[in-house]
Write a protein that binds this ligand. Structure first.
Ligand code: FMN
Ligand code: SF4
Length: 610
């Protein structure tokens, strides 16, 4: 090829790119609120987002380059520098690490002759880490090109992956079984075990009428499953009563809390029920539009979910005059995230839906008053919508008869870590932690991290405690650690996660999470003193009270719990440069006993059926 013809070819490619970008912008009606979706789709065209492309996107959407760049650099799945034609991201949750992900990643990098985060000279591949991919029950896992998930990695698979990448074999031609994601439902109760005919719950809601349906949700005492446990009936009523030109229903399917994967399975197996719950909320609140915020790691679910939506439209379960009911119009779209844990926080999520950086908003006003596009918005978790659909069928009194008085219904747990049968376990609220451990085949368990890193670390002494808002609340993660595990290293992994995911907006969190990692690294290197542990306590107190959103406020939870309950794991770091994994469980338990100050921590709970 001559220099001239090479230049012509490059010019034609650039024109093609520009035309493709323009077509894509037109598909989104040049709406600036679609910026995150536009960037995701534009990036899919050529793998990364060059500056001139960002400028063209900005022109098309009527936004300045700085604004577009600000958004593109916020999300971890957007690349403003070249990345490999094949982009490999290893899931980096502690459960992946327990299964050997770090050694597998080092092996892949060695075979591909690159360092993590580096682009290979031939441009063919780059390898890096990402936060938990929601596949902890079948890890170690990795993502390829942000749209293919590979599960159950082992040394043999890694060796083959390296060969296929080197040989330039497209991912579509790799062995299909590598991409298999299983649902792993180990114990089903109401939500996972009761089949519901599409439309049945919605028909029941319509038959009850809007106010009566809301009354049933209130009667059920349903509390949100996304973590905070806010009363769903109150949320729907506040949203309904808030003035606004439009009302919106948003499903929070960001599921970013490490160790949580129940929403993945609900969206895979029970998508109809999720959408049905959203439509019921729309019926009650008077909303005509909805959004599902699907985490970028679950991009592979987009096509199947859209197919379900299409079927529901054809069955008149979405669209205008739903179920033939004049004036009941509701439809929804799926928005795919781009790798930011903070976007699970409802106000960040709304910012992201509006095409902005996912910076949490100042509240009040709360989303029920001013949410998406400034309008009253109900944001609920995937599992909450499924529960609402069941309540439409069974009634509030039935639901409130399950569980405990303050925590009604069932809860789905994503069980992973050191146990024989990881997967989903659904129980009535009030179930003992020890019961879940028995059911999943956990042995010699030292600790369980309930509710993910921002939740509670439970020591063996506390296994009689119960899952309930009034005892151990949870958004769903249940990570099991046996006695061979070093709880200091587990806490250090969580500290790294929070530092990685801090959005950087407020100083206490941005600086605090980094300082925590620094102190932990110092302790890990055997250079720490008791003073460092005191500083960690101080950082916890500071961040708990002064950060802008829940991420910073809960970032030290695992530290606080593990220092209090597994102090010897920290003390060992002070005594010796050489860490000995064996330790004295009795010593850990006596510390835990002293901390909790009670012999039977679950004794204050109402008895429940198990
Ligand atoms: C840092 C952070 C991350 C969060 N991530 C999620 C999430 O992934 N999914 C979720 O449903 N709620 C998440 N939440 C809670 C939401 O802000 C919100 O309370 C929830 O979506 C409301 O739904 P619910 O009432 O059904 O629980 C997160 C909160 C914080 C502070
Ligand atoms: S607490 Fe952390 S995540 Fe939340 S706004 Fe501040 S910097 Fe961002």
């Amino acid at each position: 090829m001559t220099v001239d013809s090479a230049g012509d070819a490059a010019g034609t490619a650039a024109q093609d790119d520009a035309a493709a970008v323009d077509a894509l912008l037109a598909r989104h009606a040049n709406d600036p609120h679609a910026l995150v979706q536009v960037l995701r789709e534009v990036q899919a065209l050529r793998g990364w987002l060059p500056r001139e492309t960002l400028a063209r996107v900005g022109d098309g959407l009527g936004l300045g380059l700085a604004q577009v760049e600000g958004v593109a650099t916020f999300y971890r799945f957007f690349h403003t520098r070249p990345v490999g034609a094949c982009r490999v991201l290893f899931s980096d949750n502690v459960t992946d690490r327990l299964l050997g992900s770090e050694a597998l990643m080092a092996d892949l990098c060695r075979r591909l002759r690159i360092a993590p985060g580096e682009l290979r000279a031939d441009g063919r591949v780059s390898v890096d880490r990402c936060s938990c991919t929601g596949l902890c029950d079948q890890g170690p896992a990795l993502l390829i090109d942000h749209r293919h998930v590979l599960t159950r990695l082992d040394a043999g698979r890694v060796a083959r992956i390296a060969e296929l990448i080197d040989a330039g074999v497209p991912v579509a031609a790799w062995p299909a079984e590598w991409f298999e994601v299983v649902d792993n439902v180990q114990r089903a109760d109401v939500l996972l075990g009761t089949p519901v005919v599409p439309g049945a719950a919605l028909a029941a809601a319509v038959q009850r009428g809007r106010q009566a349906m809301l009354d049933e949700i209130v009667r059920s005492n349903l509390r949100g499953r996304g973590g905070a446990g806010f009363a769903t009936g109150t949320k729907w009523r506040l949203c309904r009563d808030a003035p606004g030109a439009m009302h919106y229903i948003v499903c929070n399917a960001d599921e970013g809390e490490p160790g949580t994967f129940k929403d993945r399975v609900l969206l895979t197996r029970h998508a109809d029920l999720v959408f049905e719950g959203m439509a019921i909320a729309a019926w009650v609140v008077g909303a005509r539009e909805g959004r599902v915020y699907l985490r970028g790691e679950y991009r592979y679910l987009l096509e199947p979910l859209n197919a379900v939506l299409q079927r529901r439209r054809e069955a008149r379960l979405l669209g205008t005059a739903i179920l033939g009911c004049e004036g009941f119009d509701f439809d929804l779209q799926i928005h795919v995230g781009a790798g930011a844990y903070v976007c699970g926080e409802e106000s960040s999520l709304i910012e992201s839906l509006e095409g902005k950086r996912g910076t949490p908003r100042i509240r009040p006003p709360f989303p029920v008053e001013q949410g998406y596009l400034g309008q009253p918005t109900t944001v609920n978790n995937v599992e909450t919508f499924c529960a609402a659909a069941h309540i439409a069928l069974g009634g509030g009194a039935w639901w409130s008869g399950i569980g405990t008085p303050k925590s009604t219904g069932t809860k789905i747990h994503s069980v992973s870590g050191d146990c024989e049968r990881p997967g989903l376990y659904e129980y009535p609220f009030g179930t003992r932690i020890g019961r879940i451990l028995e059911d999943c085949g956990a042995r010699d368990t030292q600790a369980v991290q309930v509710g993910g890193p921002s939740g509670t670390c439970i020591s063996a002494f506390e296994f009689g405690r119960r899952i309930a808002f009034e005892d151990v609340p949870t958004a769903g993660a249940f990570m099991v650690f046996d006695r061979s595990r070093d709880m200091f290293e587990i806490a250090r992994g969580f500290a790294q996660f929070f530092a990685h995911e801090s959005c950087g907006f407020c100083t206490p969190c941005r600086v605090g999470t980094a300082l925590v990692v620094k102190r932990m690294d110092k302790l890990a290197a055997g250079r720490g003193s008791r003073h460092d542990i005191d500083v960690l306590y101080e950082l916890d107190a500071l961040m708990h009270t002064s950060t802008h959103c829940g991420l910073g406020a809960s970032a030290c939870n695992p530290l606080r719990d593990t220092i209090a309950k597994f102090r010897p794991a920290y003390e060992r770091r002070l005594q010796s440069l050489h860490f000995e994994p064996a330790f004295d469980l009795d010593a850990e338990l006596s510390v835990a006993r002293a901390v909790t100050g009670r012999d039977d921590p679950a004794s204050h709970l109402e008895p429940v059926h198990e």
